[in-house]
Design a protein around this ligand. Structure first.
Ligand SMILES: Cc1cc2nc3c(=O)[nH]c(=O)nc-3n(C[C@H](O)[C@H](O)[C@H](O)COP(=O)(O)OP(=O)(O)OC[C@H]3O[C@@H](n4cnc5c(N)ncnc54)[C@H](O)[C@@H]3O)c2cc1C
Length: 321
């Protein structure tokens, strides 16, 4: 690790000392606590955490890295749990970078760091419909493409025409939708490639109708989901023909507290950090939910959230009520 940090630091400082164009202009932080980049507000440290200035800067950084450097991409961390043991290698943070959004007739090209809500607004202003479901998803377009984020019967890949990707050598490609196998909250594509941007195409319609729908969908969301708390949205995928939230509630787990977190009273598929949770305690509560629902209904819930990083201890399954 020390050697890698030294190499990266030399690459940056060397270019500065020559008074030339800097090789890397973004911000590189070492041993960075990831809790501040994740909506659950928990998580261990990342060995290296790089926030690029733009895509050229990202290419420059990737080209400087050893070939075996582990890379993890984080947008706004709204669907990610990073264990307290932390992440080896480099975290590429796009949530405050790669923020260009271009509208071209009926197409929107959004870079990976653009918030989903901004795309929903752009669709509305462009006089199109179909993107309103994105308004309430608190992540980036990169994260949404990776997760096939969706709500209210729509998901993002329905609207994808093509994507741009980047690999660990900094090589960029444009890929067609047909290069990916897309399913409910699942996207399989070329390995070791990450999303740089997405080109989305929506349908033309009346602007006023669209604005009303965004407002209406945000209202429905506020009525049924906890807001203003540290969560990651829905923790588990809905099993075929049922809802994870319904099963968790029917298992008697609404409000169940374990460690520093609990199952929301408002929506049982949300786990809330009460301010004192660790990532491991959230994972423990997930294990308790999986165990309890399986015991009661014979259904094994699958996590929707992505769990990353080194485990510090074995899981603790709590006592069910
Ligand atoms: C209150 C709340 C409500 C939510 N409601 C919904 C909802 O209605 N529907 C829904 O689908 N989700 C919902 N979510 C979950 C989350 O917002 C979405 O999954 C979102 O798309 C994640 O985006 P992100 O930028 O935060 O991704 P992150 O959490 O940062 O990353 C998620 C995954 O994507 C990968 N990733 C991130 N960026 C890239 C990239 N550029 N290239 C390749 N991989 C990448 C990460 O490595 C990780 O595996 C909700 C979350 C919260 C907190």
């Amino acid at each position: 690790m020390a050697q890698t940090n030294q190499r990266i630091a030399q690459a940056i400082a060397g270019a500065e000392m020559n008074g030339q164009h800097r090789t890397v202009r973004g911000v590189l932080r070492l041993n960075e606590p990831m809790a501040k980049y994740c909506s659950w507000r928990v998580g261990g440290i990342a060995e290296r955490c790089f926030e690029p200035s733009d895509r050229d800067d990202l290419v420059a950084y990737l080209c400087d890295l050893p070939r075996d450097e582990l890379l993890t991409w984080i947008g706004l961390g709204s669907n990610t749990l990073i264990r307290e043991g932390g992440l080896p290698g480099t975290v590429i943070l796009t949530g405050r970078a790669l923020g260009n959004l271009v509208m071209n007739d009926d197409r929107i090209e959004a870079e990976a760091g653009v918030p989903c809500a901004k795309v929903a607004k752009a669709v509305e202003r462009g006089g199109q419909v179909g993107g309103e479901f994105l308004a309430g998803i608190p992540g980036t377009i990169g994260g949404a493409l990776a997760m096939n984020a969706g709500a209210f019967g729509s998901d993002i890949w329905t609207f994808v025409e093509s994507v741009e990707t980047i690999d660990r050598n900094g090589e960029m490609r444009r890929r067609a939708r047909s290069d990916y196998a897309v399913d409910y909250r699942s996207v399989q594509g070329p390995v070791d490639e990450w999303f740089l941007s997405g080109t989305l195409r929506f349908r033309a319609a009346d602007v006023a109708d669209n604005a009303n729908t965004i407002r209406e969908l945000l209202g429905r969301r506020n009525a049924s989901q906890p807001t203003g708390v540290a969560s990651c949205g829905s923790v588990f995928k809905n099993p075929p023909g049922d809802y994870a939230g319904r099963l968790i509630e029917a298992a008697g787990l609404k409000g169940f507290h374990q460690g520093g977190c609990y199952v929301s009273d408002k929506h049982a598929n949300f786990i809330i950090n009460d301010g004192s949770a660790t990532a491991e305690e959230i994972e423990d509560l997930m294990a308790t939910i999986i165990h309890t629902v399986r015991e009661k209904f014979g259904i094994t819930l699958q996590p929707e959230v992505r769990i990353l990083g080194r485990r510090t201890r074995a899981l603790v399954v709590g006592n069910q009520r």
